[in-house]
Ligand binder design. Structure first.
Ligand SMILES: Nc1ncnc2c1ncn2[C@@H]1O[C@H](COP(=O)(O)OP(=O)(O)OP(=O)(O)O)[C@@H](O)[C@H]1O
Ligand SMILES: [Mg+2]
Length: 269
């Protein structure tokens, strides 16, 4: 959408969706600037994943707009949204466990494969990479394997890898799309503290070194406060507040919901 001087990178306007009688999202509006880490927090069932599902086309919202680089994308199919440059990881890992790390990352290149059918893409990811186009895709995937330090597991079946490494592979698959906007749904959930530190490092590096804009859902408040440029707080599908980490953590409802009696962010999970 054009304003006087610039195109807004990503914007959600008055977004609503309900399931039966439940308003999962109710009049949600916010704007994300290019290059920032914009986090979405809120209690279980607040509507965070539903928001991602509306953005990447899994759900069709009942009302409102989602605008990416000047184009309305609400109601568009997931493959269309992916081709425009919005990548995603899932709250529950979604990988092909019987395929190798390399093959899963090659599948992330499907945005660039002309024949869009999944079965065709799987055949393509598994074949010997002979053609010039495949060599170029493979080179890109090798870059991501290096970037995320996945060399030692490149030929291993994903199903055989530890949980934290699978989360890393899923991040790699999303990066293989070369997205401009990356949606990360609880990238650190279920991780031990060492895996979490690595994931935080990579998320920052994706922002700094790759220049990718990130929408992050995460329950670890310390991480969210450390890593985010801005934060949106939602509860029961509605906006509670939005602002910088400093602003958001002073909000009375955030204090009540997350801090309870203890004024200590480190104790929040
Ligand atoms: N397809 C669906 N059908 C019915 N209800 C749904 C559907 N998807 C989401 N909901 C409901 O919408 C509400 C928001 O769910 P959502 O998964 O977005 O929460 P969340 O903020 O991601 O929670 P969590 O932190 O536990 O992941 C919940 O009450 C959920 O049960
Ligand atoms: Mg969720």
């Amino acid at each position: 959408m054009e304003t006087k001087n610039r195109t807004i990178f990503f914007e959600v306007c008055n977004l609503s969706i309900s399931f039966g009688g439940l308003d999962a999202l109710n009049d949600i509006s916010f704007e994300v600037h290019k290059g920032e880490i914009f986090s979405i927090i809120g209690p279980n069932g607040a509507g965070k994943t539903t928001l991602f599902n509306c953005i990447n086309g899994i759900y069709k919202p009942d009302g409102g707009h989602i605008i990416f680089k000047g184009q309305k994308i609400q109601g568009k199919r997931p493959d269309y949204v992916a081709r425009l440059g919005i990548g995603r990881t899932f709250q529950n890992i979604e990988l092909f466990t019987h395929m190798s790390t390399m093959e899963n990352l090659m599948l992330g290149r499907h945005r660039y494969i002309k024949a869009g059918l999944l079965r065709g893409a799987i055949m393509w990811a598994k074949r010997s990479f002979a053609g010039r186009e495949e060599v170029a895709h493979r080179r890109k995937v090798e870059e991501i394997i290096d970037f995320l330090d996945l060399q030692s597991v490149r030929n291993k079946f994903v199903g055989s890898l530890p949980y934290g490494t699978q989360k890393q592979v899923e991040l790699g698959r999303a990066l293989a799309m070369e997205p401009e906007l990356l949606l990360l749904d609880e990238p650190c959930s279920g991780m031990n503290s060492e895996e979490k530190q690595d994931m935080i490092f990579w998320i920052k590096d994706i922002q700094d070194a790759l220049g990718i804009t990130i929408l992050l859902i995460e329950h670890d408040m310390k991480m969210v406060m450390d890593i985010s440029n801005r934060i949106l707080v939602i509860n029961f599908g509605k906006i509670v507040t939005e602002g910088s980490p400093e602003e958001v953590q002073k909000h009375p409802e955030v204090l009540r919901a997350y801090l309870g009696e203890q004024d200590n962010l480190e104790n929040i999970a």
